[in-house]
Design a protein around this ligand. Structure first.
Ligand SMILES: [Zn+2]
Length: 380
């Protein structure tokens, strides 16, 4: 399967397995990897370090560059029980100012036959967090619409998304949710957190989201909406978090009913996309579905939840096709004619774009796979 089938973040091409050597001695493993050219991405909250010469590139640095640019020194104290021996510390003077804060390296994975990649959360490092060289990853993506056409830069962004997600999660797990002990310490090179009092392990949080393209019963319209958190002009698929005790298909059907008052009869899961820029600060997994409604614009009315949505509307297929082409042209840097106030379809970095594309240009009306016999259809 090729990378970026469903937008950004789905093809970071790293092997995440923690090597056996690192399980036994994380400090020795990290030291060896850093000495042989491992790359580190510094992050500050939702910002990542950008290349200071070419801001179209992310600023993956090697160990000496990290030490020089951020005034840090690498420490791998194997006798230190407080962590797994993989961190940077402030260099002497600023270290005293910052109270000897350590900055744990988080292992992201390794290229096949190549370098290892790490994240370094510098949110608590005052000089770094004030640096203008850090930029919001979300803004970087919006400013570089050609990312999906460039395999290496797209992989770099996927890795950066993973770096942000792991760092944000680790920062939020300071104390043990079981016994209140802490501070939690880094384990398995930052990919787990462990309580020093009761030993309880915490694993990176992932929030599943059902995102659903709803096709009308007559097959000629898509139900598109503009969520309250986005521009009122952006049209996308309806989506919502999967709750405990329900399937993805049930979550999708529930969200469509809650946000638009539309009942769906068939739902098929098409694919998924990691989304490390979730609004709650956690990493989401967007699971893309296509659904067939039991109604059409002429046969049922919408009941829109305006607490969640600016608008929800049935959009005729020809209009969707036109706006989809505009979204593709815009992402490709081509001129697009559109009037003030026109709505636009979410760009190709998001799975919603590809669900809409699938309906318009791929599988016709989408949810008739049972007739082809090659894809499973979930009936509610
Ligand atoms: Zn505990």
């Amino acid at each position: 399967m090729s990378a970026n089938r469903w937008g950004l973040f789905d093809g970071n091409a790293l092997s995440r397995a923690i090597p056996k050597q690192a399980r036994n001695d994380a400090g020795a493993f990290a030291r060896r990897e850093l000495d042989s050219g491992a790359r580190i991405l510094a992050v500050v909250k939702n910002k990542v370090y950008l290349d200071e010469v070419d801001p179209k590139q992310l600023g993956w640095l090697c160990r000496p560059q990290v030490e020089e640019r951020f005034g840090l020194r690498y420490t791998s104290d194997d006798d230190d029980d407080d962590d797994d021996g993989v961190s940077f510390a402030s260099a002497s003077a600023s270290g005293e100012e910052e109270g000897g804060v350590k900055f744990d390296l988080v292992y992201l994975g390794r290229e096949e036959g190549g370098r290892s990649f790490f994240a370094l959360d510098l949110t608590r490092h005052r000089p770094a967090s004030e640096s203008p060289a850090f930029g919001e990853l979300r803004s970087y993506i919006k400013a570089n619409s050609d990312l999906l056409d460039s395999g290496e830069r797209a992989s770099s962004v996927s890795r950066a998304g993973y770096a942000l997600a792991l760092s944000n999660w680790a920062r939020g797990v300071r104390f043990c949710p079981s016994c209140g002990g802490g501070p939690m310490r880094s384990a398995q090179m930052g990919t787990r957190r462990e309580c020093p009092s009761c030993g309880k392990k915490q694993y990176p949080r992932l929030d599943p989201v059902a995102i659903c393209l709803v096709v009308s019963s007559d097959g000629n319209h898509a139900l598109l909406g503009s969520p309250r958190y986005a521009s009122g002009r952006m049209l996308t698929c309806l989506a919502g978090f999967v709750e405990q005790g329900e399937t993805l298909e049930e979550a999708a059907a529930r969200e469509v009913m809650e946000e638009a008052g539309v009942e769906v009869g068939q739902i098929r899961i098409l694919g998924s996309q990691p989304w490390p820029l979730g609004r709650s600060g956690a990493c989401e997994l967007m699971v893309g579905c296509i659904a067939r409604a039991t109604s059409s614009p002429g046969t049922g009315s919408l009941e829109i939840d305006f607490d969640e949505m600016n608008s929800v509307t049935w959009v005729e297929k020809g209009v969707v096709a036109e706006k989809l082409k505009q979204a593709k042209d815009r992402a490709a840097g081509l001129p697009v004619e559109s009037g003030r106030g026109d709505t636009w379809i979410v760009p190709p970095y998001a799975i919603a774009h590809h669900l809409i594309d699938y309906w318009v240009n791929g599988d016709g009306n989408g949810v008739v796979a049972e007739e082809r016999g090659d894809l499973k259809v979930s009936r509610l």
